[in-house]
Structure formats: C-alpha cells, structure tokens
Ligand binder design. Sequence first.
Ligand code: RIB
Ligand code: CA
Length: 315
Amino acid sequence: MARQPIIIDCDPGQDDALAILLALGSPDEIDVLAVTAVAGNVPLALTEINARKLVALAGRSDIPVYAGADRPLVQDLVTAEFVHGKTGLDGADLPNPSTPLAEGHAALAIIDMVRREPKGTVTLCPIGPLTNIALAMRLAPDIIPKIKAIVLMGGAISIGNITPAAEFNIYVDPHAADIVFRSGVPLVMHGLDVTHKALVTQERLEAIKAIGTEVGDAVYGLLTFYNIFDQAKGEGQGAPLHDPCAIAYVMFPDLFDGRDCHVTIDVSGGASMGRTLVDWRGRSEQPMNARVIDQIDADGFFSLLTDRLAALPHA
Ligand code: RIB
Ligand code: CA
C-alpha cells in the first residue's frame, strides 16, 4: 500500500502521545504531513508544546507542529487534568523542544496542506476536540471534497465518559463536531465502545518497558501515570488507549470492525449535550455519514504498537 499522507490534530494527552509515536514509527505506511494542536485535555499552551516534545522524542523535529484553537467554537473550554495530569503528559519528563511552532494557525495550515496535496489523498486524524477541523471547513469549504477521509477518535455508541451521555472530544466542542459530522467527508469514528476494548493491561505495559529504549521508557512512564485514573475507579484491567486506534485503522483497518451508520451530534444544550446519537440499527433512514467502529483485535493492536515504538530512534 502506498504511504498515506495524514495530518494528526491532537490535544496531548498520553494517549495522543501514543498515536503520534505510532504514526512516526510507521514511515513505510504513513507520511505525517503535520501535527496540529488544539485545546482539550489541557490548554493549548500545553498541547502545542507537548506535541513538539513528542515529535522530538521520535527524532522527527522536522515535522511541523502548528497551534490551533485555544477554545471551542461556542462553549467555554473544559479540560481533563484529572486524567492526564497538570502538564497533559504527566508520567514522563520530556525535554523542552528545540524547534519553534510552525508559523500560522493550524486551521489555515490544514487548508493549505489539503489544497496542496492531490485531491483525495490526505486523511485527517483528529484525536481531540474538532475545533480546528471545523474552522478549516468553514474558512475554506473547497477543501471538503478534497479530503480523503477523517479517521477520528471521539463519540460513543453507548455511554459517555465526561458526562453520562457524551465522550470528551465531542463534549468539549459539540458545535465543531456537528459541522464535521454534517460535512459529507467520509468519516471513521472510533468511539469509547471500541477504545474501551484496547486496555493498557500490566502485561502490555511490561512489553513496552521491555523495549528498553528512550521512547519505550518514556511511554512506560506516560502509560503508568495514565492508568492511575482508571485504577482508582476500580476498573483495574488498565486504561483505554483511545487515540492510537485511529492511527492503527489508517494503516491496518482489518484490525477493526464496525458498521456504517447515521450519526447526529446533540447540540441541544441539555443533559445529553455532545452525545453522538449513533443510529446503529438504521431506524432513522437518514443517510449514513460515518463508519462507526465497535470491534478491535486488541492483541494485534498492541503488538503493532509495541513493534512500532521499538522502531523509533534509540537513545
Ligand atoms: O475521550 C477520550 C478522548 O478525550 C481522547 O482523545 C483523550 O486524549 C481525550 O482527548
Ligand atoms: Ca486526545
């Protein structure tokens, strides 16, 4: 398969970190055009420097990192330090990046890259709130038919994780999600139903520690911290490793399975604000606008992840 050009839009976040490292550890399959940061797990001032720290950890400081939206389109920002720690990357003390931010807003950079590349070749991989993606679409609707696909982490068929109804990425900016899900771009949605089948068990954590490189040690620290929140809830098997599911899908979609559905975003402002209403049984007769993933070969996923982390530059 030809190398797939992608843009990773993220809010690092330990699981975002694994997504970035998986992509950068897979140069035969993926060409990361850029990493774009958005406010989400922690404020933008942290997600953008975290993104630069991570491309440096992977030995790829040549990859441009752009800062994007520092708040959602309409609502106030909600962050998740209770999961990710105050830095967003608690668990590893990564050196400050030597490279500056790339010039310009992330949304404008996304527009430029999609316009520059051949039509239908660029996949967007948003793994945080969808603010930058929605801004790009509103500023330059001409890019919408040029985007190959949007392979995202967000939403849920069933229950939420930030409210009973909503998953964090969608909840933080439901208006942006509404724009993206109505855009007509082919969507692949990795919601909580599949990501909670990709758990960072102790065995999987030990396999990462056994890599024995700077990257492996950093990831071991990040995921050890990341497990704390779920272990404290008594969900002892390990934390769900949300974001790398989107990257793994771009490379090896057969690791996953799901169903084409119509998905609506609740922007009504009530108790279900930010819920992804997934018409799993096709009752609405609305046109399908997303492939909703609910199955994963978790062992195959973690084996891929561990192999690609090991492929990254050794200290
Ligand atoms: O709900 C999980 C999602 O919210 C993940 O992308 C995590 O990094 C946070 O952004
Ligand atoms: Ca994220």
